[in-house]
Design a protein around this ligand. Sequence first.
Ligand code: MN
Length: 745
Amino acid sequence: MISASILQGTELAIEPRYQAQLDQLLADCRAQLVAVDEELIRKAFRVAYWAHRNDRRASGEPYIAHPLAVASLCVRHIGLDDVTVAAALLHDVVEDTEVSLDLIRDTFGDTLAGIIDGLTKISGAFESRALGQAENVRKLVLSMASDIRVILVKFADRLHNMQTIESLPKAKQVKIATETLELFAPLAHRFGFFALRSELEDHALRVLNPEVFDQIVRGLREAKKDRDAFVDRFIGPIRDRLRSDGFDFDIYGRSKNLFSIYRKMKRQNKPLEEIYDVFAIRIVLNADGKKGKEDCWRVYSVVTDLYKPLPERFRDFVSVPKSNGYQSLHTTVLGPEGRRVEIQIRTREMHEIAEKGVAAHWKYKEGIGRSDEEMDQFLNWVRELLEAPKADHATEFVKDFRLNLYDEEIYLFTPRGDLLTLPRDSTPVDFAFHVHSEVGFHCIGAKVNGRMVPLSHRLNSGDQVEIITSKKQTPNPDWIKFVVTQKARSRIRQWINEKRRKAAELGRDIWEKRSRKADLDLTEAEMQRIATRLRFANTQQLFYEIGVGMYDVNDLVNFARGTRTSETPEVESVQDQYESFLDTAQSSGSPALMIDGELHTDIATHYAPCCNPIPGDEVFGYVSRSGAIKIHRVNCRNAPSLLINQPDRIVPVEWSRQKDVQFVAALRVVGEDRVGILSDITTVISKNLKTNIRSITIASEDGIFEGTIVLHVSDLAHLRRLIDRIKRIEGIHGVYRFEQEVETG
Ligand code: MN
């Protein structure tokens, strides 16, 4: 907890000028917000004051000036609620001082802590070097900010940083200004913060193009007297008519956004004089709802009675608002001396939305949705709100306000700062295949934000992902289980199929050589018949099993020599055979090693090296040509083909409860290649669990090590204990029961 004396301010010597600023802030809150918890704001101020007590801004002034200014911008520009103001005061505390997020949570509760956490994370997103991918960065920011107030404070923070940008080195100014123009201004527009947007743009222009900025400012200033006089002359008749018609309104000449003048100069390739010669007038009506809308049109007809409109410049955003909720009538008329005047006509509520954007109406809304479509629905709702009576319970509705835009996608950075979009729950393997198939085929590990993670790790928006590859690595069929992208899944499948195809080719070569020696010359049709009679699905499957050594080519030669029957037996459904076998294999509880339900101590048994079964595994026996029985796990990758294609060679086997028999098991261990990790592993295995190691092979590359450990264990429970313990070693990402890859040569 932060000490009570700080929370109450008794131990803090607050400088009078900051105390005065706090008082002003509180006064602004009382004036602008519907309800204010003043103590919350005071408490947030004291914590911020205390936390930043030793910090200074680039300008040299005490740091607290910044959060105070940001808080005040939040009230003036956004005017949402007291929690936003408190968050603004605390926004840099977790990132820049020793005050932790937990401390904030303890002191201020979950909501405020959640906003501060969002702010800390989001600043990372903006740190990215992904300029030129502004749309994605915008989505990234929205996907990270589950509470809309995170974005509000971030805007205010950025605005104050732009206002005070001059104390930074020039290079940094340019970077921040570019970012502001590419990321913040469009985002502000999306939310309908027009005033904030144009202020951000003007500051950016001053940094990025000081000559043009000065030229525009000077041009506007020189012409000011003339312009003011003209505007007065223009407004006079309108004001008189509207008054006598009984309207309640404000009319004024509005200064144009400097940046928009600059943009017009560039776009229309016109000199400054021609651009700023366009005058701009705004009429704001104090009328609500339906009547307000109708009044806009009535005012429009008064104006166009007095001045001739240019029809091609008319825009009706009252009947058809912009997607961000903006409503206004726009028209351009010819004023005295033939000068053009742009006129905006809107109601007070439309004006509030135009200035403060969606924020003006968050007060009334409980939550908005996930997709662009729902965002549009929300904005539609904002429009409807214009016709509804004003509600005034800001904080109640804001409490549960959640912004869950774009959470079906995540936004990830490459080490170079490029931004990639992937579906939610994507893993480093998805990322690798997205970058390039070759990267996917050889990925062995990944660093996320500089830290090693397993390949099955779920990535989050904003992560920077570095894929580590090894030429020796090949896709693991297990990857299929955790990848989420279609591309990764289909490429891994393709690779597996390709591997099978090559194995089948090899098998065919072996057969052809062997059959020539044996003077057998069989047609493709005869081969197909033989494959069917041997219960292979097709010749491809037969050759595949020869290729990987699962089926002996000599058996095939013998079979081909001995039989010429064209009768093919009825084949039971492959799936049925496998499942009925699993049923029998799963029955257990016998006290001794049982082969085919009987005790046979005289039959030689071997444990298949492809799956290294140990007591506790579900197993089956495969009778080899020598009469010995090979024991396979039922989930051995070779099991389905053995069970299905050579059912007469299969015998059910169950484990006995023999003591002191050691079995060979192999583990694959993946982790960080840190000093001492190998000795940590061997210590756990041999000292703690008193297990004999038969061999260890280690390969390490780019900070990842991958090891194969062959051990002697008594049963499955023993092996599981080992896996558990090794997993707990620091830096270990994965421990897997080893299954030998099918060798294809
Ligand atoms: Mn800040």
